[in-house]
Design a protein around this ligand. Structure first.
Ligand code: F6R
Length: 357
């Protein structure tokens, strides 16, 4: 039930801190340590390469998950769009493990890949919000998101739950391999939950940004480098699916290779700057687009902020910044759609589970 909320989407955005805390509890053992079924960890360790298969928002979560897995657990990861993978299967490694990320667990494009993979005798793990869903039943293993039912078509809390579960999977795998992380993930995820709460309390500010940049625009670009690019892809998907504004996410460095031609006077550009190692680069990209008339909205992280930034996210572990930085983008999309008179929870042409290929 949406209770006092005008829309499920807003309710589900607000549930993210609670979901984060629930995930920490669900993935803790009796000693308070993060833990995952040992069969799953063995399968991950046995693999010489992980193939993440997903669609839409879940694909965007996979892109961030690849960073966790490669940086922390030192296992190579490829992330693939399910619909492409089924007829464009790459040359596989000798011992692949397939990881399906799907909120609903019913996405037909992902299922088609799972069927192929099982026929070849490979192992599969499904990360899903729905116990007993098709992808869960047909895979060897399941990790649950524990996000509670997601009703709004635009996925919000499932995305951040996917990131958290992927982070836990990577961290527990790393521990099992004696690759010690330089931080305590439980503690850092707790900080993420607190930060999420702060961000969910900034709705008025997000509504202002939506009014200022998105009320009449035909298009909007999201730019970022490194994981900020992946969050930008997700921000763009959110905005286009519920507000029908043509929105695209781009890697900051890629703009000059073509997209910059689209910048006109007043074109809104939402730039993410949460990553120290690319801060200089993304700041340079903002200058390039501003010089062509763009109207920039810079969302940065505390410690990396510069004068003129529109919104500053409280500091948190840099690798986990996508769990927080996506929230302003979700809220901005929500208010943009609301003020443009769109049906926020049930956007045109979309269904919650896409059960056709
Ligand atoms: C976007 C959205 C879709 C889904 C995609 C995959 O807000 O909801 O892009 O992410 O259809 O769905 P699942 O995760 O259920 O496989």
């Amino acid at each position: 039930e949406k209770g006092t909320y005008p829309h499920y989407m807003l309710k589900e955005i607000d549930e993210q801190p609670l979901v984060m805390r629930r995930i920490i509890e669900k993935y803790r053992n009796e000693n308070g340590e993060l833990s995952i079924d040992s069969h799953i960890i063995e399968s991950v360790n046995d693999a010489d390469r992980i193939y993440i298969i997903a669609a839409g928002t879940s694909y965007h979560a996979g892109l961030v998950g690849k960073q966790f897995m490669e940086n922390w657990a030192k296992i190579p990861v490829e992330v693939h769009i399910a619909s492409e993978f089924s007829y464009n299967m790459p040359l596989l490694s000798e011992k692949p493990l397939f990881v399906f990320i799907s909120q609903s667990g019913e996405t037909a494009d992902s299922r088609a890949v799972l069927v192929q993979v099982k026929q070849k005798g490979y192992k599969a793990l499904t990360i899903t919000n729905v116990p007993g869903s098709t992808l869960s039943r047909e895979a060897d293993y399941t990790l649950l998101l524990h996000a509670g039912p997601e009703i709004a078509v635009a996925s919000t809390k499932a995305y951040t739950a996917q990131l958290a579960v992927l982070a836990i999977l990577a961290a527990v795998t790393a521990q099992g391999k004696d690759l010690s992380l330089q931080f305590d993930l439980t503690k850092e995820l707790g900080i993420v939950a607190n930060t999420m709460e702060v961000l969910c309390g900034q709705k008025e500010e997000m509504e202002k940004i939506a009014r200022e940049y998105l009320i009449t625009t035909r298009n909007c670009f999201f730019i970022g480098r490194s994981v900020d690019y992946y969050v930008g892809l997700e921000g763009a998907l959110k905005l286009k699916e519920i507000s029908y504004i043509q929105a695209e996410g781009f890697a900051g460095g890629e703009l000059k290779h073509g997209t910059i031609a689209l910048i006109e006077d007043g074109t809104p550009i939402i730039a993410l700057a949460t990553q120290e190692h690319v801060n200089l680069g993304i700041r340079g990209n903002v200058k390039e687009v501003v010089a062509r008339g763009a109207n920039p909205c810079i969302i940065s992280m505390k410690g990396l902020e510069e004068e003129g930034d529109r919104f500053i996210i409280p500091a948190l572990h840099e690798a986990l910044s996508p769990l927080a930085s996506v929230i302003p983008l979700q809220l901005i999309s929500y208010y943009a759609a609301l003020h443009r008179g769109c049906d926020v929870d049930k956007p045109r042409n979309l269904a919650k589970s896409v059960t056709v290929e």
